[in-house]
Design a protein around this ligand. Structure first.
Ligand code: SAM
Length: 198
């Protein structure tokens, strides 16, 4: 099984990658770290079935805008249903590395539970740099640390080779490619990295 098959199969599950009760404190922490998102324009690549997209819809409010993108058709269909009630959320199919982003059009690009699955992270990061508004931020976040996530993937055919870099390694790479890294946390129950264009 390859990655695409893995996610297409997962998209047919009852509630793909739904948040569990133990995730709630981690999501509350993520929300605190993101700050006030009301009225913001947020791009969420790798949205999956939209468990976070639904929350982003509320966090930005009707005055904001969320663009949710996923490479897997089944996931996009699920996400469309998840956010159907929110006119300020748009869902599209596509690869994050190929996303046609309005230059300077985004206040936040939130790469949530996606980064290790990217085929071409460097290409994706270049797209992010072009898409962010001057004060816009890139956030790369997971609900567990890189070590824990890599152990989880190691048991699963299809994503076995999808490796999340350690926070320090990713921060080093970003700094070397023109980003200012403002915050990096890589702890067992959290991965959070915030960066801006230097
Ligand atoms: C682990 S899931 C997380 C989904 C969602 N962010 C969540 O938290 O439930 C990763 C998602 O990324 C999507 N994906 C993988 N590679 C991608 C890429 N290159 N571009 C866009 N989406 C991709 C998969 O189809 C899948 O839905």
């Amino acid at each position: 099984m390859d990655r695409a098959e893995f996610f297409e199969t997962l998209a047919g599950a009852d509630d793909p990658l739904a948040f569990r009760p133990e995730h709630e404190p981690r999501l509350a922490r993520l929300r605190r770290r993101l700050g006030d998102l009301r009225g913001k324009r947020v791009f969420e690549p790798g949205c999956g079935a939209g468990p976070l997209t639904a929350r982003l819809a509320e966090w930005v409010g009707a005055g904001g805008h969320v663009l949710a993108l996923d490479a897997c058709p089944g996931m996009v269909a699920r996400c469309e249903r998840t956010v159907a009630a929110h006119a300020h959320v748009r869902t599209i199919r596509g690869k994050a590395e190929e996303a046609e982003l309005e230059a300077g059009g985004w206040d936040l690009i939130l790469c949530f539970r996606l980064y290790p699955h990217l085929d071409a992270p460097a290409t994706f990061l270049r797209r992010c740099a072009d898409g962010l508004a001057p004060a816009g931020e890139l956030v790369i976040a997971n609900l567990e640390g890189s070590r824990e996530l890599n152990a989880f993937h190691a048991d699963r055919a299809g994503v076995r080779d999808d490796v999340m870099p350690a926070g320090s390694e990713l921060a080093r790479h970003l700094r070397a490619t023109g980003w200012q890294v403002a915050e990096v946390v890589d702890e067992p129950e959290e991965f959070f990295l915030r960066a801006r264009r230097a």
